[in-house]
Design a protein around this ligand. Structure first.
Ligand SMILES: Nc1ncnc2c1ncn2[C@@H]1O[C@H](COP(=O)(O)OP(=O)(O)OP(=O)(O)O)[C@@H](O)[C@H]1O
Ligand SMILES: [Mg+2]
Length: 1110
C-alpha cells in the first residue's frame, strides 16, 4: 500500500508560509531561518516556492529524489523545487496547459541554478529515446554556451547572469520535448569595456585565453597573458573554484552538441579576439591647423591585427575612429573626433560588437533547438531574469532602472495571475468571491511606462528632442511632469515634501517601487538610452570581409541607409518586456522566489537584515497576504478525509459514502465555527491557518490515541497469540508427558505383572512338578515294584527254566552218555582202528589254518630294518615260522630296492662293497655308514682354482679330495690333492694344482689299512713299474672308507684282475724308495683333541698312535 504523506508531516517550522500563525515579518523571517538551519532550503507560499541559496551542495538533487517527487501531489512531500517542476510538467502534459516558471531574486540568490534544476528535472521525467535525448541534451547544453558569453564574476556572484533569459521548452502531446526558443533581455554590455572593482569581464574572454591551444591563440593573434588587454580587469581575473581552461573545453563541447559548425565557432572566437584587440587601441590628441582637436591612434599594431582578424581595411576603420559623418536628408557633414569621442566610439563599437554577437549566438542556438513541424506545441517557459537591484549608495543607473521596471512588471503579473487564479479557483469550486485587499503596483508601472508621461516616454522624448540634451534636462522634465506622482520623489520636483530631504541628491530621483525605494542617478540615462554607434563605424564593420561581422551590422549597408534615428534602448526594452508579459499571461505561472542568505557567498550564515530586505522587495509578505485573503488552506476532499477521518467516530475507520459528505460529517462533528470553512465542489477551503493547526493538533492527539489503541490491540493480539501458542505447546507437552508417564507406569505394571506372573507360574510349576514328581515316583515305585515283582517272577521262572533246562540237559547228557556208552559199547571194536588219525589230522589242519590267518593280521611293517616278528604260537611250527620271517624280509627288501634310481643303486652298491670290505674289520667303518659317498669333494670342475688340473685330467674324476701325504722322515703329513679316475690315481699340489704323481691303477698291487679308526692307508705299487720309482705312498684321509672302496672297485676293473688286495692289519710294510719301513698302529691315550699322531721311531718303524674308540 502506498504510504500517504503530507507537507504537514515532520515539518520544521512551517512548510507553507500561508499557515504561519501569527503572520508577521519577524515570524516569517524566523520560520525561514529555522528551516534554513535545518537544511530545508525550500518553503512554500501556497504554490510559490521560496528557495534559499545553500551555497553548498545538498544531497537533495539526486536521481532518487527525482523518483521520489515524480508523479506526487504538490503538498504530499516536503517543499522542493522538484515538486513545483513536477506539478508544472504534469499540468502541461495531462491538462494541456502551457506553463511558465518565473524565477526571481537578487543577484546570487540562485535563479540560474534553480532554472537548471527545473530543466534537469523535466529532462529526467519526460520521455526517452534517441531523438528525445538529443533534444534534451541540446536544450541543456545551451546553458554553458550562454553562461560563458552572458555571465561574469561580480561582487555578488561568481557566475552572475548579466542578461535576462526566457526559454520556452516545447513538448509534444506525450510530454516529450521537441525543442525550444530562447529570448534574451538587455545584456549588460557596459561590462565589456569597464568592470566595477572586484568584478570581471564576461567569462568567455578568460576562458578563451586560458583554455585555447597555443596554435589557436596564435591564429587569433592573442597572448595568453590577461595583462596584455585593457578590457580585462586584472585584480580579479582569477576566481576561486572556477577553472577557466576546463570551462572553455566544456563550452566548446557544448557548442558542438548544440550544433555550431567548426567555422562558426572560429568566427565567434575571432570576434571575441577582436573585442580584446579593440580595447587595446589607444588614442592621442593631435591639434590641427584649423584649431580643432583631433585624435590619432597611438600604436596601430592592435588596429592592424584586429582588421586582419575581421577582414576590414585598416584605413577604413582608422577613418571611422577619426571622423563622424552626420547625414541629414540631402546633407552629409563630417566632423573630426577628439580623443574622448574616439574612446567613446571605440567603446561603443566594442559594446555593440559584443552584444550583437551575444544576440547572434542566441539566434543561432534557437535555430538549432527549434522544434520541427508547424503543429501547436505545449510550452513550458522558464524565466531567469535578474531580480530587483538596489545599490545602497545610490549608484543606481539606467540599467537598474530598466531591471527594476522589469521586476515591477513581473510583480504585477504575479499579482494579477495569483489573484486571477485564486478567483478562478473560487468560481470553479463554487465558493463566494470576497474582495481581497492588496497593494497593486500597477500605478508604479504606469509611472514608468505610460506612453504620455511615463519616465521612459519622457526619456525618449528628451533623446529625440533637437537641441542640447543632457541628463539634467531630462531630470528637469521628470521633476515637472512626475512631481505629483505618489511614487516619484525628487529634490527639485514641485512636491515640497522632498525639498529638505538630504538623502536625495539634486542629480537623482527616487522611485518608490513595490519592493522599496530606489535612488537613481540621472547621469548617463540619456546616453545609455540613445545607445549610439556612429554610422561610420557600423558602415566600416559592414565593409568587413567577415561573414559574421557583416551580419551583425546590417544598418551599415550603404544601400539601406536609414536616416531615422535608431530605436532607443528604453523603448526596445519596454517593447520586449511588453511581449514577454503578454506571453506570460497566456500561461499558467509557477513562481520560484530565490533568496540569498548572506553576502559572503558562505553556507550556514543567515543574515537577518539581508533576508528581511529581500523578502520585502520580493513582496513575499504581500504574497502570503494575497494568498490568505480568501482561504488560507484548501484541499481536495479525498486526501482531507483520509487525513482527518480519525477525528470523527462516524468516519473512522472507513467512510463508505462520497468523500465530500464524509468531510461534511467530519467537520460538523468538530467544534469549529462554520464560517471557518467552506465546501467547494472538489475541495474544502479553510479560512484560518489556526483551524488547520487545530485539526492537525487533534489529529496528532488522535494519532497518539490510535497508536495506543493499535499498540494495545497489537499487544493483546500478540499476547493472545503467545498464550495460545503456550497453551497449544502445553497440551502437546502434557500429552507427551502423560504418554511418557503412562508408558513408564505401564512398563512398571508390566514388569510387576511379569514378576507376579512368574512367581505364580513358578509356584504353579513347582506345584505341578511336585505332583508330577510324586506321580512319577508313584509310577516308578509301581514300576520298581512291578520290576522287582517281574524280576522275582522272571528269576523264579528263570530258575525254574534253568532248573528245567538243567534237568533237560542232564537228561540229554545222561541220555547222550547213555547213548554214547551204548554206541561206544556197540562200536568200540571199529573206533580204535580209524578215528584217532582223522581227529589228529583235523586238529592239525585247524591249528595251521588259525596260525596263517593270525600271522596275516600281525605282519610287521615294510621297512627292511624293522626287526619285529610275531612270536611263535606252537613249538612245532618253529621252522615254518623262521622261514616265513626270512621270506617276508627278502620280499620287503626286494620291494624296497625296486624303488631305487640308477645313481642311488650305484651308491648303494659302493656302500655295499665298503661293507663287504670293512665291516667288522676296521673300527672306522661304522662311522662311515651314515656318511654319503660324495666323490668330488673339491668340486673340481666348478672351482676356478683347479681349472688347469681338471683340464689335465684325461678321464672323468671319480673322486677328488684333500689327503695328507705322510713324510717318511718325520711322519708329518703334507696336504695333497687326491684324484681318482677310472684309470689312475693322481696326487697334486693343493695350492697350485700341479700334478705331483700319477699312478696308473694297474701299477697298484694292494692297499694296506689298519683295523683301527684312523684314516691312514698305504698304496703299494708294482715293483719295477714307472710309478714305483719313489716307492709306495703312505696317505691319510678323512674319507678313507670311500677312497679305498672306490680304489678297490676301479683297481679291480682297470687291472683286469680278480680283485685288488685290501690288506687290513695293524702292521704292514711300506716301500720307501729303497727302504722298507714298517707302519705300526698302536692304541694310544687320547690327547690333543683325539687326533691320530704318527712318529718315526727308527729307520724301519713308523708308529701311528690311534686314540681308542671306547
Ligand atoms: N541549489 C543550490 N545548491 C547549491 N548551490 C547553489 C544553489 N543555488 C545557488 N547556488 C550557489 O550560488 C551561486 C549563485 O547562484 P546563481 O548563479 O544561480 O545566482 P543567480 O540568482 O542566477 O544570480 P545572478 O542574478 O547574478 O545571475 C551558484 O554559483 C552556486 O554556487
Ligand atoms: Mg543567474
Amino acid at each position: 500500500m502506498e504510504v500517504k504523506t503530507s507537507l504537514l508531516d515532520n515539518m520544521i517550522g512551517v512548510g507553507d508560509m500561508v499557515l504561519l500563525e501569527p503572520l508577521s515579518e519577524d515570524s516569517f523571517l524566523e520560520n525561514l531561518k529555522n528551516r534554513f538551519e535545518h537544511n530545508e532550503i525550500y518553503t512554500y507560499i501556497g504554490s510559490v516556492v521560496i528557495s534559499m541559496n545553500p551555497y553548498r551542495s545538498l544531497p537533495i538533487f539526486t536521481p532518487e529524489k527525482v523518483e521520489e517527487y515524480r508523479n506526487r501531489n504538490f503538498y504530499e512531500l516536503s517543499p522542493h523545487i522538484y515538486a513545483l517542476a513536477d506539478e508544472a510538467y504534469r499540468s502541461l502534459r495531462d491538462q494541456d496547459k502551457d506553463q511558465c516558471i518565473l524565477i526571481t531574486g537578487e543577484s546570487g540568490a540562485g535563479k540560474t541554478e534553480a532554472s537548471k534544476l527545473v530543466m534537469s528535472y523535466v529532462a529526467a521525467v519526460c520521455g526517452k529515446g534517441q531523438e528525445v535525448n538529443k533534444v534534451k541534451e541540446q536544450l541543456l547544453q545551451s546553458n554553458p554556451v550562454l553562461e560563458a558569453f552572458g555571465n561574469a564574476k561580480t561582487v555578488r556572484n561568481d557566475n552572475s547572469s548579466r542578461f535576462g533569459k526566457y526559454m520556452d521548452i516545447e513538448f509534444d502531446f506525450k510530454g516529450d520535448p521537441l525543442g525550444g526558443v530562447i529570448s534574451n533581455y538587455l545584456l549588460e554590455k557596459s561590462r565589456v569595456v569597464k568592470q566595477p572593482r572586484g568584478e570581471r569581464n564576461f567569462h568567455v574572454f578568460y576562458q578563451l585565453l586560458s583554455g585555447a591551444s597555443d596554435e589557436s591563440l596564435k591564429k587569433l593573434k592573442l597572448h595568453r597573458d590577461f595583462s596584455k588587454y585593457n578590457y580585462l580587469s586584472l585584480d580579479s581575473a582569477a576566481v576561486n573554484g572556477l577553472d577557466d581552461a576546463a570551462n572553455f573545453r566544456t563550452v566548446r563541447n557544448a557548442m558542438q552538441i548544440v550544433g555550431f559548425m567548426e567555422d562558426e565557432v572560429q568566427s565567434v572566437m575571432e570576434l571575441v579576439a577582436a573585442v580584446l584587440k579593440l580595447g587595446n587601441i589607444e588614442f592621442k590628441p593631435d591639434s590641427r591647423s584649423n584649431g580643432s582637436d583631433e585624435s590619432r591612434i597611438k600604436d596601430k599594431n592592435d588596429l592592424k591585427e584586429m582588421c586582419e582578424l575581421l577582414g576590414i581595411e585598416q584605413s577604413v576603420l582608422e577613418r571611422a575612429f577619426s571622423y563622424r559623418t552626420v547625414e541629414a536628408k540631402l546633407e552629409k557633414v563630417s566632423t573630426t573626433l577628439n580623443v574622448a569621442q574616439a574612446y567613446y566610439a571605440r567603446d561603443a563599437l566594442a559594446k555593440n560588437l559584443y552584444s550583437r554577437l551575444f544576440s547572434w549566438l542566441v539566434t543561432r542556438i534557437n535555430e538549432s533547438i527549434k522544434a520541427q513541424g508547424k503543429t501547436r506545441h505545449k510550452v513550458m517557459g522558464v524565466l531567469d531574469i535578474y531580480g530587483f537591484e538596489i545599490f545602497e549608495d545610490g549608484d543606481n543607473s539606467f540599467e537598474q532602472f530598466i531591471i527594476n521596471y522589469c521586476n515591477e512588471k513581473l510583480q504585477q503579473i504575479f499579482i494579477e495571475l495569483t489573484l486571477r487564479e485564486e478567483q478562478e479557483e473560487y468560481i470553479r469550486e463554487g465558493i463566494e468571491w470576497t474582495n481581497i485587499e492588496y497593494f497593486n503596483n500597477a500605478v508604479i508601472c504606469d509611472l514608468i511606462e505610460n506612453n504620455q508621461n511615463g519616465i521612459l516616454a519622457m526619456l525618449d522624448e528628451e533623446c529625440l528632442r533637437p537641441g542640447t540634451v543632457t541628463d539634467e534636462t531630462f531630470l528637469d522634465k521628470l521633476n515637472t511632469i512626475c512631481a505629483e506622482h505618489l511614487h516619484f520623489e525628487s529634490r527639485l520636483s514641485k512636491n515640497s515634501k522632498f525639498l529638505t530631504d538630504h538623502s536625495l541628491p539634486h542629480s537623482c530621483f527616487r522611485i518608490q517601487h513595490y519592493a522599496g525605494k530606489v535612488l537613481y542617478r540621472a547621469e548617463g540615462f540619456v546616453d545609455k538610452n540613445n545607445d549610439l554607434l556612429y554610422r561610420d563605424l557600423s558602415q566600416a564593420m559592414y565593409k568587413a570581409n567577415h561573414k559574421l561581422i557583416k551580419q551583425l551590422f546590417p544598418e551599415g549597408n550603404p544601400a539601406k541607409v536609414n536616416l531615422k534615428r535608431p530605436l532607443t534602448a528604453g523603448f526596445q526594452f519596454k517593447a520586449s518586456v511588453g511581449t514577454l508579459m503578454r506571453n506570460l499571461q497566456t500561461k499558467n505561472p509557477n513562481y520560484i522566489r530565490c533568496i540569498k542568505p548572506n553576502d559572503k557567498k558562505a553556507s550556514h550564515i543567515f543574515t537577518d537584515s539581508l533576508v528581511r530586505h529581500q523578502l520585502r522587495y520580493l513582496g513575499l509578505m504581500e504574497n502570503v497576504r494575497v494568498r490568505r485573503a480568501g482561504y488560507a488552506f484548501r484541499q481536495p476532499y479525498e486526501p482531507c478525509l483520509e487525513r482527518y477521518k480519525m477525528l470523527c467516530k462516524r468516519t473512522w475507520p472507513h467512510w463508505l459514502g462520497p468523500a465530500r459528505e464524509g468531510v461534511e460529517v467530519l467537520m460538523s462533528d468538530l467544534p469549529v465555527p462554520a464560517e471557518e470553512f467552506s465546501f467547494g465542489r472538489s475541495k474544502i477551503f479553510i479560512r484560518n491557518p489556526r483551524t488547520l493547526f487545530f485539526l492537525e493538533e487533534r489529529r496528532r492527539q488522535c494519532l497518539q490515541d490510535l497508536a495506543t489503541l493499535i499498540q494495545k490491540i497489537y499487544r493483546g493480539w500478540k499476547c493472545r497469540g503467545h498464550f495460545l501458542l503456550l497453551k497449544k505447546s502445553q497440551i502437546v507437552v502434557s500429552a507427551w508427558y502423560r504418554r511418557y508417564a503412562q508408558q513408564k507406569k505401564y512398563q512398571k505394571i508390566k514388569s510387576a505383572t511379569t514378576v507376579v506372573q512368574s512367581y505364580t507360574r513358578g509356584w504353579q510349576a513347582r506345584k505341578l512338578l511336585r505332583e508330577l514328581k510324586y506321580q512319577k515316583r508313584c509310577v516308578e515305585a509301581v514300576t520298581t515294584i512291578s520290576a522287582f515283582w517281574h524280576g522275582t517272577q522272571a528269576r523264579r521262572e528263570l530258575r525254574r527254566l534253568k532248573e528245567e533246562a538243567r534237568r533237560k540237559h542232564a537228561v540229554a547228557v545222561i541220555w547222550a552218555y547213555w547213548q554214547g556208552l551204548k554206541i561206544r559199547r556197540e562200536y568200540r571194536k571199529f573206533f580204535r582202528a580209524n578215528a584217532g588219525k582223522k581227529i589228529y589230522d583235523f586238529t592239525i589242519q585247524r591249528i595251521m589254518q588259525k596260525y596263517f590267518l593270525g600271522l596275516k593280521s600281525t605282519l610287521p611293517s615294510m621297512s627292511p630294518i624293522d626287526k619285529n616278528w610275531p612270536a611263535r604260537p606252537y613249538l612245532f611250527l618253529g621252522g615254518v615260522h623262521s622261514e616265513l620271517r626270512r621270506i617276508f624280509h627278502l620280499w620287503r627288501c626286494k620291494k624296497y630296492r625296486s624303488q631305487f634310481t640308477e645313481e642311488k643303486k650305484a651308491v648303494y652298491e659302493e656302500k655295499l662293497e665298503a661293507s663287504e670290505l670293512f665291516k667288522d674289520k676296521k673300527a672306522l667303518y661304522p662311522s662311515s655308514v651314515s656318511q654319503p659317498f660324495k666323490g668330488d669333494y673339491l668340486e673340481i670342475n666348478k672351482n676356478p682354482k683347479y681349472q688347469k688340473l681338471s683340464i689335465a685330467m684325461e678321464d672323468k674324476v671319480l673322486l677328488a679330495d684333500v689327503v695328507n701325504k705322510i713324510n717318511r722322515a718325520n711322519g708329518k703329513g703334507t696336504a695333497r690333492l687326491f684324484l681318482l679316475t677310472k684309470n689312475s690315481v693322481v696326487l697334486a699340489d693343493q695350492k697350485t694344482g700341479q700334478v705331483k704323481a700319477s699312478v696308473p691303477l694297474p701299477d697298484l698291487t694292494s692297499v694296506s689299512v689298519s683295523t683301527q679308526s684312523d684314516g691312514f692307508f698305504a698304496l703299494k705299487l708294482k715293483e719295477g713299474s714307472a710309478s714305483a720309482v719313489k716307492g709306495d705312498f703312505l696317505l691319510s684321509s678323512e674319507h678313507l672308507i670311500e677312497i679305498i672302496t672306490k680304489i678297490h672297485r676301479m683297481g679291480t676293473t682297470a687291472a683286469d684282475r680278480e680283485q685288488l688286495d685290501i690288506d687290513i692289519s695293524d702292521e704292514f710294510l711300506v716301500q720307501f724308495k729303497h727302504d722298507k719301513v714298517c707302519v705300526k698302529f698302536i692304541q694310544g691315550v687320547p690327547k690333543n683333541g683325539n687326533s691320530v699322531s704318527c712318529k718315526r721311531k727308527n729307520n724301519r718303524l713308523l708308529e701311528v698312535s690311534v686314540p681308542s674308540t671306547a
